[in-house]
Design a protein. Structure first.
Length: 323
């Protein structure tokens, strides 16, 4: 296939009943990959149930009597679809993703049920990075914003391993400015006052005003800190939840650091660059291709999977690869 035909193929949008190898590319054939996905999903859900019910081992070797976060309620077999009567606004839930299938099985039905119960019109976008560069959460969110369509007017930058447990958390249209749902006073891990990661809501107008997020952050961390400076530079004020009394048990954190290590390496000039503000890049220069776009259902909950090929200028950011 020539370069032109390949580019056309990369822009095709998937439809119908997708195959798992096309959604999550790899070297395994269809049946072993499907069987592996089922086993991982079952093991993950069983571990989650045992760990939060007090019947399984406590992560990190803690005492069995230590308090645990409550289990998330199960999603209904037939989740509600959003209705126009719920209001004029629709949320694009943007979920940066790579190789965390077991967390996705829990996240999609849980969030669809949670938002539907609150009568929040929404679409869930799984932003699946399928290239060979290091993970780039910020660029994936930029792509999700650009590909989310005109039927959504605000976004949630949402980690796949963070579930809201308190039904009083607000996911409604953030007209007054960016709304940080996973505030430092409530997040189970990150408590510094300039933190804006985890779950952040913005109108599309405000996200454009910030020129999105910087594309220079390859690997884990720091992109949220840079985005906080962009928000301030755009003259916007971050708002956070009030009246929430559940403290650090407001969210369920699904990530197991013993099972999945974070890419925290700092390569070459990346150590100095990570603290700088990117005043040039963002939405205006994110480079990507959509390999496929597929609508699917997870336990009855609808979502859209975007298989995304990011591009990297190794002269500008040589730390996008490990080599």
């Amino acid at each position: 296939m020539g370069p032109a035909r390949r580019r056309d193929a990369l822009r095709l949008r998937g439809g119908g009943s997708p195959s798992l190898p096309r959604l999550f590319p790899g070297r395994l054939s269809a049946f072993p990959l499907f069987l592996l996905a089922l086993l991982l999903g079952f093991a993950s859900l069983l571990w989650l149930q045992l760990s939060c019910s007090g019947e399984g081992p406590v992560p990190g070797g803690q005492d069995r009597g230590a308090p645990r976060q409550p289990c998330p309620p199960p999603a209904p077999l037939h989740p509600d679809q959003d209705q126009p009567s719920w209001g004029p606004h629709r949320l694009a839930l943007l979920v940066p993703f790579r190789e965390r299938f077991e967390e996705l099985l829990t996240f999609v039905p849980y969030m669809h049920h949670f938002l539907s119960k609150k009568k929040i019109r929404h679409r869930i976008f799984i932003l699946n990075q399928v290239d060979h560069f290091r993970f780039n959460r910020a660029s994936l969110i930029n792509v999700g914003f650009l590909e989310s369509g005109n039927d959504t007017d605000y976004i949630a930058m949402h980690d796949v391993d963070l579930l809201p447990l308190n039904e009083h958390l607000d996911y409604s249209f953030p007209e007054a400015g960016p709304f940080h749902v996973a505030s430092p006073e409530l997040h189970p891990l990150y408590h510094y006052k300039t933190y804006v990661g985890g779950i952040l809501l913005l109108t599309k107008q405000h996200y454009e005003l910030c020129n999105g997020m910087s594309n220079r952050f390859w690997g884990w961390g720091r992109e949220d800190d840079e985005f906080y400076r962009r928000i301030k530079g755009a003259g916007l004020q971050v708002r956070r939840p009030s009246g929430i009394t559940t403290g650090y048990e407001t969210f369920q954190h699904l990530h197991d650091p013993a099972w999945r290590k974070r890419d925290q390496k700092r390569i070459a000039a990346q150590k100095q660059e990570q603290f700088k503000v990117d005043r040039q890049g963002g939405l205006n220069n994110v480079r990507y291709q959509i390999e496929s776009r597929t609508d699917l259902s997870v336990a009855g909950a609808p979502c859209t999977v975007l298989n995304i090929l990011l591009d990297c200028d190794t002269n500008e950011t040589p730390w996008c690869t490990f080599g």
